[in-house]
Design a protein around this ligand. Structure first.
Ligand code: SER
Length: 263
């Protein structure tokens, strides 16, 4: 796999989805105009009115690298190699346009042909009920059955207790045994850093009400999110996101200022 900087990876992603007809937009504000959220926790947040059918966009495909603060993961920060407060989410979005049969092969094409990840290190997860996504991964893309896992709550994504949501499919990269927690049960779905979730593809098709009721959205949508720093940690072959070129220069400069050695 070719070494690439964080900046190169961001550009590669946005350019790839532009070539698939997505409109490239700038990152939106970290503090959204949304009474249900304090921070922009995902790339989809600015597009919620489009998913809900409240507003009609001028375009039906978009791509962004969105600045995020994920408050819902905050208790993991400092305990794993992959969680941090601020991060950038690489996303591509369909507002009633492309759906599973397009987005799944595109994600695979990007990771294997553009980034150069070895297919045998990739694992995917789908929702327990989602035979359609399973078939696309297995039959169209060619992921072997023993690399596809099915989960329930872990494969259903929502930005909060109310709002647009849907089943999702995660793409995991096997970083190898040295990253494993060592438990005999360590497998895709384990909380440790071995099977690193790099990308989440959400099939946004419901609106959840306060009482938990799911109502189908007017159209089926796509919301995907890949952690730029996680992708960089894999491509740059470093143990944690903090050692990528997106963070390391800041850490090194801080070390110099306070005269300590990193690590
Ligand atoms: N919204 C989904 C997530 O944050 C995919 O972008 O995981």
């Amino acid at each position: 796999m070719q070494y690439r900087t964080g900046k190169e990876l961001r550009e590669l992603f946005l350019g790839f989805f532009e070539s698939k007809g997505c409109r490239r937009l700038h990152s939106f504000s970290l503090t959204p105009d949304d009474p249900t959220l304090l921070f922009t926790i995902a790339g989809m947040v600015p597009f919620k009115p489009y998913f809900l059918g409240i507003k009609t966009p001028e375009f039906t495909r978009a791509t962004t690298s969105q600045k995020c603060v994920r408050t819902n993961d905050i208790e993991n920060v400092g305990h794993t190699a992959r969680h941090h407060t601020f991060f950038e989410m690489l996303g591509n979005f369909s507002f009633g346009d492309y759906f599973k049969k397009e987005v799944i092969p595109w994600a695979y094409e990007f990771l294997t042909e553009y980034i150069g990840l070895e297919p045998e290190r990739l694992y995917v997860t789908v929702h327990v009920t989602d035979d359609e996504a399973y078939e696309i991964w297995n039959k169209t893309v060619g992921i072997p059955a023993d690399h596809i896992y099915r989960f329930d709550e872990d494969n259903f994504w929502a930005s909060g207790p109310v709002g647009p949501c849907g089943p999702c499919s995660e793409i995991l990269y096997d970083q190898g045994e040295e990253y494993s927690c060592g438990k005999p049960t360590c497998a895709p779905g384990c909380d440790c850093d071995r099977y690193l979730e790099i990308w989440n593809l959400v099939f946004m098709q419901f609106n959840r009400a306060e009482d938990g009721t799911l109502t189908p959205l007017p159209k089926k949508n796509i919301d995907t999110g890949m952690g730029l720093e996680r992708l960089a940690s894999v491509v740059q072959n470093v143990k944690t996101d903090f050692e990528t070129d997106l963070f390391r220069p800041i850490i090194d400069e801080t070390c110099k200022l306070v005269n300590v050695k990193y690590g």
